[in-house]
Design a protein around this ligand. Structure first.
Ligand code: NAI
Length: 340
């Protein structure tokens, strides 16, 4: 992209919108010796050789950064991984540490983008907008089956009260909902919000009409929404997940949807999304039977990990990523962005 090859970076899983946002950020960054090579393909054992000769690779949530790939990157001379995401559950950080590969992420980018997408899923499902849109296009103007509920006065459970969870909770208080929040380390701001009550996870699970997940995927949080917790939720509860698919045991969710315990599910993430989300499979079809089953429920709304996709968030991601590359080249990545 620029003249010299002093700091070559392989950028994986890129789309047109990435190239546009990085183009804007690059003009402001004045990083003359940076050479970005754009690849649409995801990073995987099969594509890792594309990073040969690069000082760094820049990746997204769908890229494979398991130990064997990290090992191959190291053998190719790569010394820095920059993630265009906040979440890093897809990266083997221990392997990076062992091999001396630095890792940087985008610690915070528009939390509004993700919180507002969760609200979008909530309202679409509640008022059946996805079904109404299809009906009206077929000149079916009937309202049967489209009844929703007032969010005002309902109890909304927010799991994880970091940047995104706090914004989501604030929006819900604006709707006039009662908010229950659970976080082992609740943020300071949420503790000062009058309409928000901090509680434990089990009370939140049992009392909420809507539950929204805003915590990271870790070994502790994997399948936190399991068969037992689903069975203790209020009948007809709405479950929203814009965080990470692995927080929910999907097979247990399907059972709870079949039994009617779960009234609606809005999912921007799926535990086996790798290799499916961000791809056009309209010609090849879907091999994943669990996702195929989920797609058959009229009260399930799935988006393809797009909660982050606003112009503002893309701009934040591009700027912070370039800054991390520059900081690494100059010696030290800022602590807030550095994972390893
Ligand atoms: P954050 O780091 O600001 O907040 C996460 C909060 O979760 C922290 O307060 C932490 O104490 C809490 N937490 C940790 N373990 C928990 C547990 N077991 N139960 C309840 N709370 C727990 O993170 P931020 O920026 O709010 O992001 C939240 C999640 O959203 C990220 O981890 C990421 O997975 C997801 N995300 C999804 C995007 C999308 O496009 N769908 C885009 C950006 C983030």
């Amino acid at each position: 992209m620029t003249a010299s090859t002093e700091f070559p970076v392989a950028v994986f899983s890129t789309r047109q919108y990435d190239r546009e946002s990085f183009g804007h950020a690059l003009r402001a960054a004045r990083f003359a010796d940076l050479q970005l090579t754009w690849f649409e393909t995801r990073l995987s054992p099969e594509t890792v050789s594309l990073a040969a000769g690069c000082a760094a690779v820049c990746v997204f949530v769908c890229d494979d950064l398991s130990a064997p790939v990290v090992q191959s990157l190291h053998a190719l001379g790569v010394r820095l991984l920059v993630l265009r995401s906040a979440g890093f559950n897809h990266v083997d950080l221990a392997a990076c540490r062992r091999l001396g590969i630095a890792v940087a992420r985008v610690p915070a980018y528009s939390p509004y983008a993700v919180a507002e997408h969760a609200v979008c899923l909530l309202l679409t499902l509640n008022r059946h907008v996805h079904r109404a849109w299809q009906r009206v296009r077929e000149l079916n103007f009937s309202l049967d089956g489209l009844t929703g509920f007032d969010v005002h006065g309902r109890t909304v459970g927010v799991i994880g009260t970091g940047r995104i969870g706090t914004v989501f909770a604030r929006i819900m208080t604006g709707f006039g909902a009662r908010v229950l929040a659970y976080d082992p380390q609740p943020a300071a701001e949420i503790q000062t919000m009058p309409a928000v009550q901090l509680t434990d996870l089990e009370q939140l699970i049992e009392q909420s009409d809507i539950i929204s997940l805003h915590c990271p995927l870790t070994e502790q949080s994997r399948h936190m929404i399991n068969a037992d917790r689903l069975s203790r939720m209020k009948p007809g509860v709405m479950l929203l997940n814009t965080s990470r698919g692995g927080l929910i045991d999907t097979k247990a969710l399907i059972q709870a949807l079949k039994s009617g315990r779960i009234g609606a599910a809005g999912l921007d993430v799926y535990e086996e999304e790798e290799g499916i989300f961000f791809s056009d499979l309209s010609e090849s079809g879907l091999q994943d039977d669990v996702l195929a089953r989920l797609l058959t429920f009229p009260n399930v709304l799935i988006t393809s990990h797009q909660a982050f996709l606003t112009r503002e968030a893309l701009q934040n991601i591009a700027e912070r990523t370039l800054q991390s590359l520059l900081e690494f080249r100059n010696g030290e990545i800022a602590a807030e962005a550095r994972l390893v």
